[in-house]
Design a protein around this ligand. Structure first.
Ligand code: GLN
Length: 303
């Protein structure tokens, strides 16, 4: 398949949507990002990467990192994680508190903030330094040693992080957080602040298309675990718009409020797209449209 030609076609098709939506405003350091940015990359299983637009411009990965943290927590700690976090779509916004009380401090899934806090807590217990472990992994899988944290974004999240702090303390009151909440929040905000390009993300996510194999050929996850993560991405990766995303795109995907989305075609390739304008659910408007065009033009969905 001529990925380069395809990407140019997709970029042209979604051009009228670039700039639609609003960059995340509740994290002030993200609010100033130019909403007209658009980039998209595709990585094949061999590690060739193709791109269009701003595909080599670093942006704030935000909740996309939740996928990688989950993969590491499962790889290092195994299945017992699922005693502390569910695998059902929440139907609520990513930062919602309401279900947590009804469900005794067990978050619905690992891709809403509450679930990701539990995953990061687990990774912190397993490794002693969750955010550095994650950064190292992303550098290795993408082959880019320059990937780093954005201290300004992390500080901005901290300053406006009352809701995440509330979620974490609430879960701690149910005994579902092992580490001190302030330390956990530090790691969570560092994790969210990691800056990567579309090329970096498409390359780093390849283990999900390669049924659990890392870029060096070693095994990170069993084939079954890789399937499980892809399944949870499909059902929960775009928050309370996961049904709509599955309907339009038909691929496992994970978005972040920085405007990025990754998607996986198991056994074939990975995609990453970035455009900061978000819809009401916090998903990139042009990014989701670009992935919709990808599967429509190629027929490469899981269905
Ligand atoms: N850092 C963001 C938060 O915790 C991540 C949310 C997102 O990308 N959806 O609110």
């Amino acid at each position: 398949m001529d990925y380069q030609h395809l990407l140019e076609r997709i970029a042209a098709d979604v051009a009228p949507l670039i700039g639609s939506g609003t960059p995340a405003e509740y994290i002030p350091a993200l609010a100033g990002v130019d909403p007209r940015r658009f980039g998209m990359a595709i990585a094949d299983l061999e590690g060739n990467v193709f791109g269009t637009g701003d595909w080599r411009v670093p942006f704030s990965t935000q909740s996309i990192t939740k996928v990688f943290a989950l993969a590491l927590a499962l790889a290092e700690g195994g299945d017992s994680l699922w005693e502390r976090v569910g695998r059902e779509p929440s139907g609520n916004p990513f930062n919602s508190l309401v279900q947590l009380e009804y469900e005794n401090g067990i978050p619905r899934n690992p891709f809403i903030n509450a679930g990701a806090l539990v995953v990061t807590d687990r990774l912190q217990t397993l490794t002693g330094d969750a955010s550095s472990e994650l950064l190292d992994f992303l550098r290795q899988e993408s082959g880019n040693p320059d990937i780093g944290f954005d201290a300004e974004v992390a500080a901005s999240e901290h300053e406006h992080g009352d809701r995440n702090a509330a979620v974490a303390h609430f879960m701690a009151s149910y005994g579902n957080i092992d580490n001190p909440v302030p330390a956990l929040l530090d790691h969570y905000f560092w994790q969210c602040s990691i800056e990567m390009t579309c090329a970096d993300l498409a390359l780093a996510a390849r283990f999900l298309a390669r049924h659990g194999l890392r870029s060096d050929g070693s095994r990170l996850l069993t084939r079954s675990e890789a399937k499980q993560i892809n399944a949870v991405m499909m059902t929960c990766g775009t928050y309370d718009a996961a049904g709509e995303f599955a309907y339009r795109v038909g691929l496992p995907g994970k978005s972040g409020v920085g405007g990025g989305i990754i998607a996986v075609v198991p056994g074939r390739c990975t995609l990453a797209v970035w455009s900061p304008g978000l819809d009401a659910q916090g998903n990139s408007v042009a990014g989701a449209a670009a992935l919709d065009r990808f599967t429509t033009l190629t027929g490469l969905s899981v269905f």
